[in-house]
Design a protein around this ligand. Structure first.
Ligand SMILES: [Zn+2]
Ligand SMILES: [Zn+2]
Length: 256
């Protein structure tokens, strides 16, 4: 079978140059090789390969395909990593969310219960500690003093069932506040509205939760900032038991 040159398609007499891949033959002149290269290619145990034009095109294509395969594999790995990373994060976020919801719900419930527990209480400040010896006598002393103050504030307050307890540890240097449990919340409102009738330094405040105290503190800071800026027409009033900054001229409650 006659052998033709892969390039010029004409007969190749002595199998001059052979492609190492497709095994086709070329004339030396058709191979595009230099004289030195031709010498190398014609060596018997050569370590240098020769590829015809078609095969070297394919070779570079194959190399590119190989390169792309490697890139695709690397991208696949990265995507798998990212996916697991994202699902980890998403899991964490959703766990946090449900935890947060639970925490928020719990703290609201706790706050409501705390406010309910305190809503019939008022706190008396600056009532002198009893000088009686037994704690029973001291309690009786406090009870009588508180009843006396309450009747000064308003004669409408039901004082017989009032309960008193000193808050905190006894100390010689200060008078502990007294928590006073009244019969009902309307008595509390009555006391708070009329507490300014007491003139001997005794102060009465509502039994607020830490959150309520904090809120009122911030509101007072806001009010003093308003007043410092020159607006003296504002004040804090309790509207439906919630403190608010309002115009002094509006919402003035008449003392009962
Ligand atoms: Zn040829
Ligand atoms: Zn070839």
């Amino acid at each position: 079978m006659p052998i033709n040159c892969a390039k010029c398609k004409k007969f190749v007499s002595d199998k001059e140059v052979q492609c190492d891949l497709c095994k086709c033959f070329l004339h030396s002149t058709c191979s595009g090789l230099s004289a030195t290269e031709l010498q190398c290619v014609k060596l018997k145990d050569r370590r240098i390969n020769f590829y015809c034009d078609t095969c070297s095109d394919m070779k570079s294509c194959l190399a590119k395909v190989n390169e792309m395969e490697t890139t695709i594999k690397r991208l696949e790995d990265e995507i798998i990593n990212l996916k697991s990373h994202i699902s980890d994060k998403a899991e964490k976020i959703s766990t946090n969310d449900s935890n947060n919801e639970g925490l928020v719900y719990n703290s609201i419930v706790t706050e409501i219960l705390d406010r309910q527990r305190r809503e019939n209480n008022v706190i008396f400040f600056n009532i002198k500690e009893s000088n009686k010896t037994t704690s029973q006598e001291q309690s009786q002393d406090d009870f009588e003093t508180v009843k006396n103050y309450l009747s000064q504030v308003s004669t409408d307050i039901e004082t017989s069932s009032v309960k008193c307890v000193r808050l905190g540890k006894f100390s010689n240097s200060k008078n502990r506040p007294i928590k006073v449990e009244l019969k009902c919340n309307s008595d509390v409102m009555l006391v708070l509205r009329n507490k300014k009738k007491l003139t001997d330094g005794v102060n009465i405040q509502s039994d607020s939760t830490p959150m309520q105290r904090d809120y009122l503190k911030k509101l007072r800071e806001k009010l003093s900032a308003i007043q410092e800026s020159g607006d003296t027409g504002k004040t804090i009033r309790f509207i439906n038991k919630v403190p608010k900054i309002v115009d002094v001229s509006k919402n003035i409650r008449k003392d009962k």
